[in-house]
Ligand binder design. Structure first.
Ligand code: URP
Ligand code: ZN
Ligand code: ZN
Length: 462
């Protein structure tokens, strides 16, 4: 099947120009003005933007967490992603304590098999790493799992100590892989949480009020110091506040290879969106929590100046009914996470580009190109160029729509952005040359997504 996209206003991280794109055998083969090539199908993209498919490098599909499992599986989650213009994800496999990473990877491959509708890769969450098991990390790198998430939060569950972090970082320094850090001081937060519970503070808002920004900033600082000693690059996940951002800025000013992502929830929601009656606030209980509103402008500033390089979603949905409700009467039992995989491209286009906080090129860079580069997928993914996978979104910059759980495609019974009006939407979504979303309908077969065996960190710059 070949496809010709005519009159495409092509927006990449670097360029903005009009041309035709010819696609054959899943790849972009030719880009040129007024191409005279016959194709099985021709699409006229006049008046639209044509961008590389979005890449969300932080998702948790079908993930056991907090005594339950995230409500989107690899079929529903990737379909929702596609509706929003995302054509690749990197999800997290979790190593069980005392078990092999290989076992976790096989388990996650099975979760994706026959379900996943767009291309996907995996990071590995390391929960324990004795010296003797360092070879497991090399094994993962050979499998294309070239990044590892470590937690400084969630004591007695996912948290690892500084020695484990340092050991893992030394491995990434030599193997060319990358540590992704959940940076919050879990031990200190745990003490603050215990005191709050003892004082009868059990409502969802106390999840946010017991996790100070300083606990995030301290952990970011420690992460950067440890990575500097190990000689390793580091990537901070879901950075939520200015205190933490300042630590990343300091490191980057010293020339250290420190990177960080933020997520739409920290750019569009704040503590002002909590304090709702009853148990409603549980809908926005995730970690790190929502912050005071003034942090949002600082994060936008960081995105503009490249102190923050990526916008991911940390999509980890739990239904309000029966899942979030597990924490009624005790906020520590609310499963942490929120739904976001579907609306990242829209929210950042509307709030960022239409809102004049970032340029069109920067929108593409933050949501597709840099994630592909940092996580070893560029130039196969993250750009529109001959030889790249034909993952392309035809974006209607004028289409308005109201985000709602009634119309979204995620398998979750609420939206964090219920009633929010956004301008700009994916009109046609193409994954490896196949049109999978068109006219509001999804046509990709479950299981069609390919595993992306990722290169090591930095391969895009070498
Ligand atoms: O609350 C969150 N973020 N849940 C997902 C797990 C994580 O820490 O990323
Ligand atoms: Zn995390
Ligand atoms: Zn996460």
């Amino acid at each position: 099947m070949s496809l010709l996209i005519k009159n495409a206003r092509i927006i990449t991280a670097e360029h903005d120009y009009t041309a035709d794109i010819f696609i054959e055998k899943e790849k972009i083969t030719t880009i040129g003005v007024a191409l005279n090539i016959s194709a099985d199908r021709t699409i006229d993209a006049k008046g639209k933007y044509v961008i590389p498919g979005g890449i969300d490098v932080h998702t948790h599909l079908d993930m056991p967490f907090g005594g339950t499992t995230s409500s989107d599986n690899f079929e529903t989650g990737t379909r929702a992603a596609a509706f929003g213009g995302t054509t690749s994800i990197v999800d997290f496999a979790t190593q069980g304590r005392g078990t092999k990473m290989r076992t976790a990877l096989d388990t996650w491959f099975k979760k994706a098999e026959g379900k996943v509708t767009i291309d996907y890769g995996f990071h590995m969450i390391i929960t324990d790493l004795p010296e003797a098991d360092l070879g497991d990390m090399s094994d993962m790198v050979r499998e294309g799992v070239t990044s590892f998430k470590l937690f400084m939060a969630y004591p007695n569950a996912l948290m690892v100590d500084d020695a484990t972090i340092f050991r893992a970082m030394r491995h990434t320094a030599s193997s060319g892989s990358l540590i992704c850090m959940h940076a919050e001081n879990g031990n200190v937060i745990d003490l603050i949480v215990q005191k709050a519970l003892a004082e009868g503070k059990t409502a969802p808002i106390y999840h946010a009020l017991t996790r100070p920004t300083t606990a995030e900033a301290e952990a970011v600082n420690r992460t950067i110091a440890l990575s500097q000693m190990a000689g390793a690059p580091v990537y901070i996940v879901h950075l939520s506040c200015n205190d933490a951002l300042e630590k990343v800025v300091e490191a980057r000013e010293l020339g250290l290879p420190a990177y960080a992502e933020t997520c739409p929830q920290y750019l569009f929601l704040s503590l002002d969106d909590m304090n709702k009656p009853g148990f409603e606030d549980a809908k926005v209980v995730f970690t790190p929590p929502l912050r005071e509103k003034w942090n949002q402008e600082k994060l936008w500033g960081g995105l503009k100046k490249n102190s923050l390089q990526v916008i991911s979603t940390d999509h980890c949905p739990f239904c309000f009914k029966e899942q979030k409700e597990l924490g009624k009467g005790d906020f520590t039992k609310i499963p942490n996470g929120g739904p976001g995989i579907e609306h990242r491209m829209q929210l950042i286009f509307d709030g960022g580009v239409v809102g004049k906080k970032i340029t069109l090129n920067r929108w593409v860079e933050l949501t597709s190109t840099t994630p592909a580069k940092i996580f070893g997928m560029f130039p196969r993914k993250g750009t529109i160029a001959p030889g790249s996978d034909a993952d392309i979104v035809i974006w209607d910059p004028d289409k308005e729509h109201i985000i709602s759980a009634k119309t979204h495609h995620m398998a979750v019974d609420y939206s964090m952005y219920e009633g929010k009006k956004v301008k700009g939407d994916a009109e046609i979504v193409i994954s490896r040359g196949e049109v999978i979303v068109e006219k509001g309908k999804f046509s990709g077969k479950p299981g069609r997504g390919n595993y992306v065996k990722r290169n090591t960190y930095g391969s895009a710059w070498n």
